[in-house]
Ligand binder design. Structure first.
Ligand code: NOJ
Length: 741
C-alpha cells in the first residue's frame, strides 16, 4: 500500500484532533468484578496470591466473577487506536471489527502482544534460545510465533527484547539475549527480519526493539532501578542490538521504564529524538512501556499527568501505552498552545505510516476460527519447538553418568518442579496453552524404552518442606538412576522478579546433598530463568551431571528426555556467565581490564571469599563428545584499517559420537585510548563433525568492526596490537597476535 507522505497527509487531513490523538493511545481491556464488595484489582490479587495471602481457589473465584470491558465505545469514537495484550481470538476479532466497520475513519487497530517466545506453541525463553547460538533456530521459532499470532489477529509484537543483561540478579535476564552485544545483535536482526518479512498471504508482524535503552543495567540488578553508566559503555554495549534491529527495519521502539542520566527514558528527548532518530536513523514510532508516561510524575520529573503527557510527546514518545494520559490531556494541551497540532500530526503520521506499511488497511477485519485452530499448536509447530528446545539446553557438568544407559531399568524422577506445568512454561508464556505443556516427568515416560520403569517422588519443592525427603531418598537407593529437577518457579524470574540471593531456594541444596550421599548415579536438571549460584552441585561428585534446561517451551519434557537419553547430543553454549555467588554480580566475560587484574597476589582485583574465575564462563557448554582445536592461523597478521582479518582454525571431534560445536572468535585491543574489554566476541560458527572427523573453520573480520566509541559517541578504530582468540568458550581458546597499521 502507498505509504507516501502525501497519503499520510491526506489521511490526517480528514481526521479530527481527537481521532489523531486516538492513534497515539494504546490500552488494554478493563475489568469489573461482579462479586459484591470487590473491586477488580487483578494486580493486587496476584501479589496477594504470590505472597500466600490469597489462595489460588479464591483468586480463581474472583477472576471468574470479573467481566472484561473491551472499550468498544472508545474504539468506535476513534479515541482508542491500538490495543495491548488482547489475545483471546474472538475478542481480538471483535475489537478489530468495531475499528474497521464502526469507527468514522475505519482505521484498523494495532493489536500489540508480547509475542516473546511463541504464541500458542511456546518456545524457549529468549535467554535459553540465545544459548543455542543458532540463527536458523531463531528464524524458525520466530516464524512459527509470527504465523500463530498473525492468524489469531495480532499484527504487532513487543519484541525482540534486546537488553544486554550482565547481572543475574535481574529477573528480566530471562527475556534477554544474554550478555554479549554481538550475539544479541545477530539474534535481534534475525528476529526483526523474520517477524516483519511478508509472506505470500500477507502474514507478518511489526516488531518492537525494546527497552530503549540500557534497562539491563538497572542498578544492583533491581528491576526498574536507576541506570548509571558511561556514554562509551552505553554506545559499545547496550546500543548495538538496537542499531541492528533498526537497520533491519524494526517498525517500533519501546522506551524503557528507568531513568538514564537522570531523565526517565520515556521523556528523554536526547534518547528518543537525538540519539534514536538523528544518530541511529530510526524512522518508525516510539511506544512507551506500560504506564511509563504516568510514572514520570512518580519519578519526580513531571508535575502531574498532564505535564507528563506533554513532556513525553515532545521528547519523541509517539504512543502512550496504558497510561491514558495522551488521550486525557493532549487535546487541552493543543488548545492551550503548549503542544502544537503539528506535534500531534507528526506522531500520528508515524503510527499511520506503519499501519499502512504493515498491511493493516489491506487486511482490515478478518476472523477465521477454523484456520486458527488448524494453525496453532499444529504438529509441525510442536516439532519445531522440540528441535529448538533441544538446541537451547546447556550441559554444564557430566562425569560420565549421561547419557542414561539402556541398562537403567528403574529411573526415579524427584522434585515438585518435575511435573509442574507452570514452571516448565516459565515467564512470558501467557499466550501459551498450559494443557499442551509436556513436563519432564511426562517426557521421560514417553521416551523411556518399554522395559524401563519411570517412578516419581515429590521429595522436595521450591520451599523449606522436608517432609518428602525420606520417601524420595529410600526410593532413590533402589533406583538405577535418579533425575532430580530443581530450580525456580515461573514467577521467580521475569518482570519484577529480581533476586539478591542466587542459590537454589528452600531446602533444594540440602536435599541434593543427601541424594548425592546415596551413591546412586544422579543428574540434576535445572528449570530456571537466570544463572544460579550452583557451585555446591558442581563440586559434589555425587551429582554426576547438571543440565541447564531453562524453560524450553511446550515440548520441554521431550527435549530434556531426548538429551538425557542421548538421542540428542547437547549443543547449547552459555550466553551468560555463571558467577560463583550473587555477590560477584554483575559478572560478565567482556569486562574492561583493571590495572591490577585478579591473581594470586593480594593486591589484585578480586573477592577474598570466592574464586576469581566464574563458575561457568560465557560460551561454555559440554557435549557427549569432545572437540580439539589446533592450527590457528592468521593469514594477514599486519593489516590496514580498510582490510579484513582472515583467520583459520582446525577443529577435530575427538569423541565417539557425532556432535555440534560452536566455534567462537574473540579479539582484544591491547593498546587503546580507552580501557578495552579483556575479550570481545566478534564471530561464531556452528560446525557438525562425525566421530573422529576434522573440520576447518574460516572467519573474516573487517577492521571496521574492531573499534569502539569514545565518550562523544564517535566510533574510532585505532591502530596498534590486537589479540585474536578462537575456541569452544570464552576461556578455552587458542590465540595469536595481529597488528593494525
Ligand atoms: C511491561 C514490559 O516491561 C514490556 O516489556 C511489555 O511489552 C509491556 N509490559 C506490555 O506487556
Amino acid at each position: 500500500m502507498d505509504t507516501s507522505e502525501k497519503t499520510i497527509e491526506n489521511l490526517l487531513s480528514q481526521m479530527t484532533l481527537k481521532e489523531k490523538i486516538g492513534q497515539l493511545n494504546q490500552a488494554g481491556s478493563t475489568m469489573t468484578c461482579t462479586l459484591p464488595g470487590f473491586e477488580a484489582d487483578i494486580d493486587g490479587w496476584v501479589t496477594q496470591m504470590l505472597e500466600g495471602r490469597l489462595s489460588q481457589e479464591e483468586f480463581g473465584r474472583r477472576i471468574a466473577m470479573c467481566e472484561e470491558n473491551l472499550r468498544e465505545d472508545e474504539i468506535a469514537s476513534g479515541s482508542l487506536g491500538n490495543f495491548v495484550n488482547l489475545y483471546d481470538d474472538e475478542k481480538v476479532a471483535a475489537v478489530q471489527k468495531i475499528a474497521c466497520e464502526e469507527s468514522r475513519m475505519h482505521i484498523p487497530l494495532f493489536i500489540g502482544v508480547d509475542v516473546m517466545r511463541g504464541y500458542r506453541t511456546v518456545f524457549p525463553t529468549p535467554l535459553a534460545l540465545s544459548c543455542s547460538w543458532d540463527l536458523q533456530a531463531v528464524r524458525e521459532s520466530t516464524a512459527v510465533a509470527k504465523r500463530e499470532a498473525y492468524v489469531s489477529g495480532v499484527n504487532w509484537t513487543f519484541g525482540p527484547m534486546l537488553d544486554i543483561a550482565r547481572d543475574a540478579r535481574w529477573g528480566r535476564i530471562v527475556e534477554s539475549p544474554g550478555e554479549d552485544p554481538y550475539l544479541a545483535s545477530e539474534i535481534g536482526k534475525v528476529q526483526v527480519e523474520t517477524f516483519q518479512e511478508e509472506e505470500a498471504d500477507g502474514c507478518r508482524l511489526m516488531a518492537t526493539a525494546k527497552h530503549f535503552l540500557a534497562y539491563g543495567a538497572a542498578s544492583g540488578g533491581q528491576d526498574y532501578n536507576t541506570v548509571e553508566i558511561s556514554r562509551h559503555t552505553l554506545y559499545d554495549v547496550y546500543l548495538p542490538p538496537f542499531q541492528a534491529a533498526i537497520d533491519a527495519g524494526a517498525g517500533a521502539v519501546m522506551s524503557a521504564f528507568h531513568d538514564l542520566e537522570g531523565t526517565p527514558c520515556t521523556m528523554s528527548r536526547w534518547l528518543l529524538t537525538d540519539l534514536l532518530r538523528k544518530q541511529m536513523g530510526f524512522d518508525g514510532f516510539v511506544v512507551s512501556d506500560a504506564e511509563a508516561v504516568k510514572q514520570c510524575v512518580v519519578h519526580g520529573t513531571a508535575a502531574d499527568e498532564r505535564d507528563a503527557a506533554k513532556k513525553c510527546l515532545l521528547a519523541g514518545g509517539d504512543m502512550d501505552m496504558s497510561s491514558l494520559d495522551y488521550v486525557r490531556y493532549l487535546e487541552e494541551l493543543v488548545e492551550s498552545g503548549e503542544v502544537s497540532e503539528k506535534d500531534i500530526d507528526r506522531a500520528a503520521g508515524r503510527v499511520l505510516k506503519k499501519k499502512l506499511e504493515f498491511g493493516l488497511f489491506d487486511r482490515g477485519y478478518q476472523y477465521d476460527p477454523e484456520k486458527i485452530q488448524k494453525t496453532v499448536l499444529c504438529s509441525e509447530h510442536r516439532r519445531i519447538s522440540l528441535e529448538v528446545g533441544k538446541k537451547s539446553a546447556v550441559l554444564l557438568k557430566n562425569n560420565g553418568v549421561l547419557p542414561i544407559g539402556k541398562e537403567a531399568k528403574k529411573i526415579l524422577i524427584i522434585g515438585e518442579l518435575a511435573d509442574d506445568k507452570d514452571a516448565h512454561m516459565g515467564p512470558w508464556s501467557f499466550t501459551g496453552v498450559k494443557e499442551a505443556q509436556v513436563t519432564i516427568l511426562q517426557g521421560m515416560k514417553d521416551c523411556a524404552p518399554e522395559e524401563t520403569e519411570i517412578i516419581y517422588a515429590r521429595g522436595f519443592g521450591v520451599n523449606d518442606d522436608r517432609s518428602g525427603f525420606e520417601e524420595a531418598l529410600s526410593l532413590a537407593r533402589e533406583a538405577d538412576f535418579v533425575i532430580a529437577v530443581a530450580g525456580e518457579t515461573a514467577f521467580m524470574s521475569g518482570e519484577a522478579a529480581s533476586r539478591a540471593d542466587l542459590h537454589l531456594v528452600g531446602a533444594q541444596e540440602e536435599f541434593l546433598e543427601k541424594l548425592s550421599e546415596t551413591g546412586v548415579p544422579a543428574a540434576v536438571v535445572l528449570i530456571n530463568g537466570r544463572p544460579l549460584a550452583i557451585g555446591s552441585l558442581q563440586e559434589n561428585d555425587g551429582i554426576g551431571a547438571i543440565l541447564e534446561a531453562w524453560h524450553l517451551g511446550t515440548e520441554m519434557g521431550h527435549a530434556v528426555a531426548q538429551i538425557l537419553y542421548g538421542d540428542y547430543n547437547p549443543s547449547g553454549r552459555l550466553s551468560v556467565t555463571f558467577a560463583n555467588e550473587g555477590g560477584q554480580e554483575p559478572m560478565y566475560y567482556n569486562h574492561p581490564n583493571t590495572g591490577k587484574p585478579g591473581g594470586s597476589f593480594k593486591f589484585t582485583s578480586k573477592y577474598q571469599d570466592v574464586p576469581i574465575r566464574p563458575l561457568y564462563p560465557f560460551g561454555y557448554g559440554l557435549s557427549y563428545t569432545g572437540f580439539e582445536y589446533s592450527d590457528l592461523e592468521v593469514e594477514n597478521p599486519v593489516l590496514k584499517k580498510d582490510q579484513t582479518l582472515k583467520v583459520k582454525v582446525v577443529v577435530k571431534n575427538i569423541g565417539e559420537r557425532s556432535g555440534e560445536e560452536t566455534v567462537q572468535l574473540y579479539i582484544r585491543d591491547i593498546t587503546a585510548s580507552l580501557v578495552r574489554p579483556v575479550k570481545e566476541l566478534k564471530r561464531f560458527a556452528k560446525i557438525r563433525l562425525e566421530a573422529g572427523e576434522m573440520g576447518r573453520v574460516e572467519f573474516s573480520l573487517p577492521c571496521s568492526e574492531m573499534g569502539f566509541h569514545d565518550s562523544d559517541g564517535t566510533f574510532v578504530v585505532e591502530p596498534g596490537k590486537f589479540m585474536v582468540y578462537v575456541g569452544g568458550s570464552s576461556e578455552q581458546t587458542l590465540d595469536a597476535e595481529y597488528e593494525l597499521v
